[in-house]
Design a protein around this ligand. Structure first.
Ligand code: ATP
Length: 808
């Protein structure tokens, strides 16, 4: 199959990762890969003749003929120079204005053309909004240009407009072919060979506005940019006791404003789908903010989505919100419009992994497509890559905008995914302080919260959410400092609503954490539970917290004090808690790894031919190494699950030698190898670095870097913060549910069921509670990890995208 990819509409971070993944996967599957520059505009313009464009009689590397590879080179790497010889990148690093590309918009690309594209924002093949493609003549020209190059499948990465354009094009295709044939622009044989066009769409949009998928490419990075801005503004707002009104993107979708509101700890947000109910909304906003100020809050953050409206559809603008806050509350208020800064910059880890996985799926969808199958859009639900009929998703997306303009806000919310609604409810539960708690006294619970094990991003955000939820309802939050050791030392405090205000963006553990298990003195722990009248326990941590929950649950046989609801919210950078696909902190850690590896790779590239062996934490779980390798484009990854052997290392050395040998002279780039700290006790980071150095000879040099505790990350990532809030609030409702059941039992004979000691897990597309005893069956206790790990296939993908399978 000959497949072309284009990026269209507004640019977004992660589009380059899509192109890289699609091109490499296509080549791996034996396809011929092309890129279309400047979106649909490039498709309409097509290619001038070679001579006209370049002055050359023939292209320097004719198609299907490699000038640089030899018979013995593995087949995948034979595709290195299969590009049509027109440099995608000129000397200035400008991919779209390169002299050699003049007049050519549809360009054949090879394996190495997309190398190093991960770390760059925007789209290197260019994007445009094409008026011509909206016309039948434009699409006729586009069809002609594709057929001239023999291309029979198209991957489109863009927003709902671009995907609609793709669907229109496919529907019209037979008619276009017929017309081209009747005008004798193509031969009968060409018409026959191109009777159908295969299309697949990937959603590149920073707004996360597409229905039927949880996440669009570029949205997580935009959220990163917004949260960075809020974190920066927070300190100045607090210093001057100011109010800030931030306008963020989102014409029809409030996802960015909502998630930024949660992750940034905002006081108030305005989004298109759910205008403030109270009228006038100015009163509602001022009352909430005034209350916060009265208890001593020094800063105010209000976030306004670009398309925010009131229930009468009147736009709510940042400038007006500022006027209200200044005039009514006398606050020194400033407006910050983030504008295009939200679009740009280096893609975050998620915007490298998601497009890579979706690109792989896009190629599979094309290869499996028949004239009868619909055009698919590649989406994601929780943690699963999905295929959705493209037009269904586009129509549902439009239905949200329609529902909003019909003032049917309930419908607009119902068309968004359930997580959106949950997040909005979560924001409501923690952003504003209520005057009177909502629960009657007899239903109020004393909830202990503690951190366990090593710090992980999101621990503090989860604690903040739990504390605020408790105070809103009338429960008493009890913060246990320094884990079980702290409990035994009576380090228990009642945190206040304001006291946890700035915890959202704080890394580390504000409560203090260690690895001491309750087995240190179970009887004394039970006595402390009684002394502090602890009626429920939430532990936020990694494998230690899981172990502690097991011990406490088993201890119920002897100690009535443990007959209370007890939950474990997984938080560990290793992501080794069984059964859950994501622990808090793992996203922060991946981002820390990506940042470090981008810097290392730059240094490796500067010295042209250096292999960097990067050592990661993770204990006996290779998650961070594997997903980190996927997110950084590392060519090799070593994990404890697979281990290391001499045969493997021999193959890898052979691969590196061949790979560096094939690099164009003077254009060699640094390469990354990621190794988990305990992947092997013999082939340590030092040993393999020395081995690579020795074997690389004149071809390449090797160095090592150990990331160590830097992987715990500084500031938690927005996704970890938002996930922390969502899961923490679910823990609170679990505790309330089980406490209600226990309340019905006689005081002296309370018996908590096994279900009431559970771990909250993310499993594929849902959140599941797993009783701690059931977890044991799925746990490899000796190696402190799950028996099944959802990400284990990613190692093969890392190696495939490096071209390694050819060396098996
Ligand atoms: P963003 O979310 O950034 O706005 P988008 O893909 O929705 O991205 P649009 O400007 O709506 O951006 O569409 C991009 C291009 O897709 C248009 O310039 C046009 O060339 C093509 N396109 C959009 N809608 C159609 C259509 N109905 N028929 C043909 N082409 C279309």
């Amino acid at each position: 199959m000959k497949i072309a990819i284009l990026t269209s509409g507004g640019d977004s971070a992660g589009m380059n990762a899509v192109v890289r993944s699609v091109v490499k996967t296509g080549i791996l599957k034996g396809c011929e890969m092309w890129v279309v520059r400047e979106g649909y505009e490039g498709l309409v313009r097509g290619n001038a003749e070679y001579k006209e464009a370049t002055g050359w009689d023939t292209p320097p590397f004719p198609n299907n003929e490699s000038s640089a590879t030899t018979e013995s080179t593995p087949t995948i790497l034979n595709s290195l120079r299969f590009g049509d010889g027109h440099q995608l990148r000129d000397g200035t690093g400008d991919y779209t204005g390169g002299r050699t590309l003049k007049g050519r918009y549809i360009v054949r690309v090879g394996w190495d053309d997309v190398r190093g594209w991960f770390a760059q924002g925007g789209t290197l093949i260019g994007t445009a909004r094409s008026k011509a493609f909206r016309t039948p003549e434009g699409r006729l020209s586009a069809a002609h240009n594709l057929i001239k190059e023999g291309i029979d499948a198209l991957v489109v990465c863009g927003g709902d407009g671009s995907l609609t354009g793709a669907d229109v094009f496919r529907a019209e295709w037979p008619k276009l072919v017929e017309e081209l044939r009747s005008q004798s622009k193509i031969t009968e044989a060409q018409a026959k060979a191109h009777a159908h066009l295969k299309i697949v769409g990937l959603v590149g949009s920073i707004d996360n506005d597409m229905a039927m998928t949880d996440m669009t490419i570029g949205a997580p990075t935009a959220l990163h940019r917004i949260c960075e801005a809020i974190d920066n503004i927070n300190s100045t707002a607090s210093s001057h006791s100011r109010a800030f009104v931030l306008e963020v993107m989102g014409r029809h979708c409030g996802w960015l404003a909502l998630l930024a509101g949660v992750a940034g700890g905002a006081d108030f947000i305005f989004i298109p789908e759910r205008p403030p109910k109270g009228m006038p909304w100015e009163d509602e906003m001022c009352a909430a903010i005034q209350h916060h100020r009265e208890i001593g809050k020094r800063k105010t953050i209000v976030i306004v989505a670009e398309g925010a409206i009131d229930i009468e559809l009147k736009p709510i603008k940042a400038e007006y919100v500022k006027e209200v806050l200044s005039e009514r509350l006398g606050l020194d208020t400033r407006v910050t419009t983030l504008g295009h800064t939200q679009r740009g910059g280096r893609p975050c880890a998620f915007d490298r992994i998601l497009p890579t996985l979706q690109g792989v799926e896009a190629i599979s969808a094309l290869l499996e497509s028949t004239p009868e199958t619909p055009s698919y859009m590649i989406g994601m639900r929780e943690n699963k890559i999905t295929r959705i009929p493209l037009m269904e998703a586009v129509e549902m997306t439009r239905a949200v905008a329609q529902a909003v303009s019909d003032k049917d806000f309930e419908k607009a919310m119902s068309l968004r995914d359930p997580e959106f609604t949950e997040t909005l409810e979560g924001f409501g539960a923690i952003a504003t302080l209520v005057k009177e708690p909502s629960l009657p006294k007899e239903k109020r619970i004393r909830v202990a919260i503690m951190h366990m094990g090593a710090p992980a991003g999101g621990m503090n955000a989860a604690t903040r959410a739990a504390v605020r939820y408790c105070l809103r309802k009338g429960h008493t939050p009890l913060a246990i400092q320094n884990s079980f050791r702290g409990l035994l030392d009576d380090n228990v405090v009642e945190p206040s609503w304001l006291g946890v205000d700035s915890w959202m963006a704080r890394g580390g553990s504000e409560l203090g954490t260690n690895r001491t298990l309750p087995s240190i003195d179970l009887g004394a722990v039970a006595a402390k539970f009684q002394e502090f009248n602890i009626q429920a326990l939430m532990m936020i941590g990694g494998f230690e917290a899981f172990n502690a929950l097991l011990i406490l649950e088993a201890g119920r046989k002897h100690y009535p004090a443990f007959h209370i609801p007890m939950v474990h919210l997984p938080a560990t950078i290793s992501n080794n808690v069984p059964m859950t696909e994501h622990s808090l902190g793992s996203d922060t850690s991946l981002n820390a790894l990506v940042d470090a590896c981008d810097a290392i790779k730059q240094s490796a590239s500067a010295s042209r031919n250096r292999v960097f062996v990067v050592e990661t934490q993770g204990g006996k779980c290779g998650y961070i190494a594997t997903m980190g390798a996927l997110a950084t484009g590392a060519c090799l990854v070593y994990t404890p699950e697979v281990g290391m052997s001499l045969d493997m290392l021999r193959r890898d050395v052979r691969f590196l030698k061949t790979r560096y040998g094939l690099d164009e002279k003077g254009k060699s780039e640094g390469r990354l190898v990621i190794r988990n700290e305990v992947a092997s006790s013999v082939y340590t980071t030092e040993v393999i670095t020395n081995m690579f150095k020795e074997e690389g000879g004149a071809l390449f040099d090797a160095r090592s870097a150990s990331l160590g505790h830097t992987l715990q990350g500084g500031i938690p990532s927005p996704l970890d913060r938002v996930r922390a809030v969502r899961l923490s609030l679910k823990c609170m409702s679990f505790i309330e549910r089980h406490h209600a059941l226990l309340r019905l039992q006689p005081v002296k004979a309370k018996h908590a069921t096994g279900e009431s000691a559970a771990v909250i897990t993310i499993q594929s597309s849902s959140i599941e509670w797993v009783p701690v005893q059931e977890m044991v069956q799925h746990t490899d206790m000796a190696n402190r990890r799950g028996k099944v790990q959802w990400w284990s296939g990613a190692k093969n993908l890392v190696e495939a995208l490096a071209g390694l399978p050819a060396f098996k």
